[in-house]
Write a protein that binds this ligand. Structure first.
Ligand SMILES: [Mg+2]
Length: 237
């Protein structure tokens, strides 16, 4: 029988953690901010212009690539040989004003013992802009992005290996925070403590089936809808 993931952290489960790894979108800021909605629209426009198709067709293809290859970018590179840098620049040309400083999150991240990383399928400029808007950028040691990953997105195992070896991370003493269940499978297999971020009011939010946590997700140690609160409970102030 599967055990549902726990929601409040047992500090002992994290006592050995020396490297803290955070996804960016819908993890370091909540799902309802919907920054990704803007990126999503930009990607649809990109596909539409590239292939000279109607918006509906562009969107369907975009989602198909996202699902099959982990990112729309990877699908576009494999099937259409596009220039990744131009795509990333256009996709991330968004308005960050919906992101407000989150001092509670900043304090919680700062208090964690050891190194902190952002590990994103987006770009470094996007991660920096978002983290800067949240007022938390200075608390991170580095950002590992899709360019550093050689454009091979999470959940590809090779990308986690690349990240871990670049930063000499002992995955047996690391924790990963993510909003996509499938992106926590490899981290768990590597011995990392895994925490899934879910939207507040989960029942009222529409998620694709593969975005939703299920009882089969036994690679997920914890589930939370409040990252700052979760981290503060690990390391009490
Ligand atoms: Mg995410």
């Amino acid at each position: 029988m599967n055990t549902m993931p726990k929601t409040s952290p047992n500090a002992a489960d994290f006592a050995y953690v020396r490297d803290w790894v955070f996804d960016l979108d819908n993890t370091l800021y909540p799902h309802h901010i919907n920054l990704f909605g803007q990126i999503d629209k930009n990607m649809t426009a990109y596909v539409q212009a590239l292939l000279q198709v109607e918006p509906e067709e562009a969107r369907a293809l975009q989602k198909q690539y996202y699902h099959e290859h982990g990112t729309t970018l990877q699908g576009l590179m494999l099937h259409h040989g596009i220039d990744p840098d131009g795509f990333l620049e256009q996709a991330h040309a968004i308005d960050y004003s919906a992101l407000l400083p989150d001092p509670a999150l900043g304090e919680a991240i700062k208090s964690l013992p050891g190194r902190k990383f952002i590990f994103t399928n987006g770009s470094v400029p996007h991660a920096q802009a978002a983290a800067r808007a949240l007022g938390i950028l200075d608390h991170f040691d580095d950002v590992f992005d899709i360019v550093a990953a050689g454009y091979l997105p999470k959940p590809a195992g090779a990308t986690y290996d690349k990240f871990a070896s670049l930063h000499r991370i002992d995955t047996g003493r690391a924790a990963m925070f993510e909003d996509l269940p499938r992106n926590l499978k490899v981290p768990k297999a590597l011995g990392m403590r895994t925490v899934l971020l879910v939207p507040r009011n989960l029942d009222t939010v529409h998620l694709e089936s593969w975005e939703q946590p299920t009882a089969e997700d036994d690679h997920i140690d914890y589930v939370t809808d409040d990252l700052a609160g979760f981290l503060s409970a690990i390391v009490p102030a």
